[in-house]
Write a protein that binds this ligand. Structure first.
Ligand code: HEC
Length: 149
């Protein structure tokens, strides 16, 4: 393959790759952007107010679609329409990726015997904890990691 063709292919591949990355959304960036949402939707998308829906752990594509629907006025709500108007497509993907990652559901992996509790509230602090099930009878759980949220 000559160099020109090679460079062309490389450019093509990198365009596909950057689009894929863009469509995926970046959790960390979404986390930073979520500071403008937490006054209503709560930290991590868990709202303590009846007026505002929980969005934590919702499907990424659903979240992104709702935000686009507000922008396009396919969904009616002045507050969210105004907020969605200020978001770029990339912001939407990043926010959707972030909130999709904040599922409050604890997960137990049978193979590794690791229990992940994504949100454990202690006093006013929030933690992500991991425990290992050392024994079933009698139940013995060992704390393997604690992360301050
Ligand atoms: C001033 C309060 C407020 C703020 C700030 C806010 N929202 Fe909302 N959000 C709402 C309300 C109220 C609804 C329900 C609107 C409706 O009935 O469609 C909603 C709905 C949503 C929905 C649809 C949920 C569903 O289950 O369909 C998404 C997604 C969403 N908000 C994301 C965000 C994001 C992301 C941000 C930050 C960029 C944000 N919101 C900031 C009040 C707010």
């Amino acid at each position: 393959m000559d160099l020109k063709k090679y460079m062309g292919l490389l450019a093509f591949v990198s365009i596909i790759f950057s689009n894929a990355v863009q469509a995926e959304g970046d959790i960390e960036t979404g986390h930073a952007l979520s500071s403008q949402c937490s006054s209503c939707h709560g930290l991590y998308g868990l709202s303590s107010n009846e007026q505002f829906p929980d969005i934590a752990g919702q499907k990424q594509s659903y979240l992104a679609e709702q935000l686009k629907n507000y922008q396009l006025r396919l969904r009616d709500n002045l507050t969210m329409q105004t907020i969605a108007d200020s978001l770029s497509n990339q912001d939407i993907q990043d926010l959707a990726a972030y909130y999709a990652s904040t599922s409050p559901v604890a997960q137990f992996d049978l193979a590794t015997r690791i229990l992940v509790v994504p949100f454990l509230s202690v006093a006013n602090d929030m933690y992500k904890v991991q425990l290992h099930l050392d024994s079933i009878f009698p139940v013995s759980l060992r704390l393997t990691s604690v992360e301050n949220r």
